[in-house]
Ligand binder design. Structure first.
Ligand code: GRF
Length: 221
């Protein structure tokens, strides 16, 4: 049996991408196991999904850290440190952001350099960047009138939504789409894209070369 990559998932919301990863890890479609799920939102349904699946989970309260009187920057730093520590406690090798609404700190990115992925529900560099999340992304795509949208899995760097792209998958935009119908169509592509990216990482086949990510052949292939 292939060694399983230990993945830590960070999620702030419903966690359907998390569920897709859990399901594919459980049935062996990806050589990974979700070692810990962390949320910055106490009642995020993602945590409930982890509980149901018997996976470790933790809520880390961004407002409830020892130095709550410290300036916001310091509080953010201690929150990020707590998240880094929790991931390390569970020997996480790859961090997957899945609907995680916080911007990762530089310290966080340094701690897991080249080992943090994010999924975004558009074809980056369209409709991305600070404040672009959830239905806003799909509304922006509809307002612009694009005929094709999709999703992007990318490595996380210090600039929001700007890291090297691993996989993109497309979905058509239909005349009668609402942000909700477009979101649902793209989510189906997200589940596929994220597990493909995680599997490639697990197989050690991703090489970051400048802005590009190259997929190398499987060893022995
Ligand atoms: C997804 O559309 C993902 O691309 C974005 O946030 C959404 C999370 O959805 N980053 P879910 O919580 O996985 O259902």
């Amino acid at each position: 049996m292939a060694r399983k990559l230990k993945v830590g998932v960070l999620a702030s919301g419903g966690g359907t991408n998390l569920q897709a990863i859990i399901d594919r890890a459980a049935d062996g479609r990806i050589d990974a196991e979700v070692a810990i799920v962390i949320s910055d939102v106490r009642d995020a349904y993602a945590l409930e999904r982890a509980r149901i699946a018997g996976i470790h989970y933790a809520f880390i309260d961004p407002r409830d850290l020892p130095n709550r009187d410290a300036p916001p920057h310091d509080r953010r730093a201690s929150f990020n440190r707590a998240v880094i520590q929790k991931l390390r406690d569970h020997d996480v090798e790859l961090v997957a952001l899945a609907g995680y609404l916080r911007i990762t700190s530089d310290e966080f990115v340094d701690a897991f350099e080249g080992r943090i992925m994010n999924i975004h529900p558009s074809l980056i560099p369209s409709f991305c960047g600070k404040g672009m999340h959830g239905l806003r992304v799909h509304q922006a795509a509809l307002d612009y009138g694009v005929k094709v949208s999709g999703c992007t899995v990318h490595f996380v760097t210090k600039e929001v939504d700007a890291g090297p792209i691993i996989i993109q998958r497309t979905a058509p935009v239909l005349d009668d789409d609402t942000p909700e119908t477009l979101q649902a169509r793209i989510l189906e592509q997200e589940y596929q894209a994220y597990s493909e990216a995680i599997q490639l990482f697990a197989e050690g086949r991703l090489r970051i070369v400048g802005r590009r990510v190259r997929v190398v052949a499987r060893e022995g292939a």
